[in-house]
Design a binder for this molecule. Structure first.
Ligand code: SF4
Ligand code: SF4
Length: 396
């Protein structure tokens, strides 16, 4: 059984991409269980997967090194290697150096962007990346990526001209409006990688993001198709609902078939930890079997039940008279994400990026509970109650 391909410019990319961020581990921190990981990568390659995705920070920096080591055994022109620039975890220090932040804060500062990019090529054991991305363009990374003095995008375009990057793209956990502004500012990106699945279609506004990117003629790369594995096994009742419709299909296959129904999706990246997951994914991507309209509706119903979301439709009636000028639908959307992320112990929310960049007067705690919003809400949402709860949980 071999995976399907889809043409991108002058190359054919496997519809299933191998994400090297969740390789099997030994149990000691992020240390990769090399024999097991090698088996999975080799199996993927043998079944026709030709797109391999890593990043500076995956597995505490070991992913690039290990993936490069395994892929080195194959002809360089038989696979496409993608990595990412870690600008979302960098900032300019007072002494002019570029320092790492967040999870990478322990890394020594560098003098230039070249030091980072060259080290990545060296770790992967290649002269060029077929695909290269700005890692996580988001509200908190905006300053770094758009600072002309740092010149990150300019530098990467130069690397592309030199043949050290084949195709330049970006990944984003940003809000739809931020992605739109970014694309208004830059027209040099050939692909965009976003978190897209039937749960985030509404919850993280992925529909809008997909439509914005598609309207620019840019193909979409998908990350978190199964929401960190959460859509591979729902609760018992919801699993039974899907099993009743298609008894022989895995629960995860529904998430992949949903993505097959979106024509502008080019590569679906899955971070596979076991051979079993990989085999199921290869089965799903060996045929084109998009969900029907009825199945799509069923998935959206399931998403609603999974998230138990505040049913805001983003009509914005409530915003007109808010004395605090709060962006209420945005806050409710963040609350939904927060609530679901908490109950399902869910990774990959945009919350830290988005809320970290918000001013105090934009946060839920700025609500003075005047109640004028709730009076006009067609969904009868207790908006001040939701914001009070959200503010309390954030404070906690
Ligand atoms: S209750 Fe809060 S969110 Fe609603 S209008 Fe008043 S200040 Fe704005
Ligand atoms: S009026 Fe209600 S449904 Fe409309 S945006 Fe406000 S909270 Fe959401």
């Amino acid at each position: 059984m071999r995976v399907l391909y889809k043409a991108f410019q002058n190359v054919n990319l496997s519809c299933l991409g191998f994400g090297a961020m969740r390789l099997p581990k030994t149990g000691e921190g992020e240390k990769i269980d090399e024999p097991k990981a090698r088996e999975i990568i080799e199996y993927a390659y043998e079944q026709g997967v030709n797109y391999f995705d890593t990043a500076y920070r995956y597995h505490a920096g070991e992913s690039e090194l290990f993936l490069g080591k395994v892929l080195k055994e194959y002809p360089r022109d038989s696979f496409y290697l993608a990595s990412k620039f870690p600008g979302h975890m960098m900032e300019k220090a007072d002494n002019g150096k570029l320092k790492f932040t967040g999870l990478l804060a322990s890394h020594p500062p560098v003098n230039s962007l070249t030091e980072v990019f060259d080290a990545q090529l060296e770790k992967c054991g290649v002269d060029y990346f077929d695909f290269y991305l700005l890692h996580n363009v988001c509200e908190t990374a905006w300053e770094f990526y758009t600072d002309e003095k740092i010149g990150c995008i300019r530098y990467l375009l130069e690397q592309k001209q030199k043949g050290r990057i084949g195709h330049l793209g970006f990944s984003a956990h940003a809000r739809a409006e931020t992605i739109e502004t970014f694309l208004d500012k830059y027209d040099c990106f050939e692909f965009a990688q976003i978190q897209l699945n039937y749960l985030d279609w509404t919850m993280q506004d992925a529909k809008k993001k997909y439509e914005i990117i598609t309207s620019r003629g840019i193909p979409v790369w998908v990350m978190e198709p199964c929401r960190g594995g959460k859509l591979a096994s729902l609760n018992d009742g919801l699993n039974a609902l899907l099993k009743e419709k298609r008894p022989h299909d895995s629960i995860a296959s529904w998430a992949f078939r949903f993505l097959q129904s979106l024509p502008n999706v080019q590569v679906v990246l899955s971070g596979m930890t076991t051979l079993e997951q990989l085999k199921d994914n290869i089965k799903n991507f060996s045929k084109n079997n998009p969900v029907t309209q009825a199945e799509r509706e069923l998935l959206f119903t399931i998403a609603g039940k999974l998230a138990d979301m505040v049913p805001c439709t983003a009509c914005r009636y409530c915003c007109e008279d808010c004395p605090q000028s709060l962006d209420i639908p945005k806050l409710i959307s963040l609350y939904n994400e927060h609530t679901y992320g908490k109950t399902a112990n869910l990774p990959f929310t945009t919350l830290p990026f988005t809320m970290g960049a918000m001013k105090p007067e934009e946060l839920p705690s700025a609500c003075i509970a005047c109640g004028s919003c709730a009076k006009v809400c067609p969904q009868n949402i207790d908006i001040p109650g939701v914001l009070r709860k959200f503010a309390g949980e954030l404070a906690g």
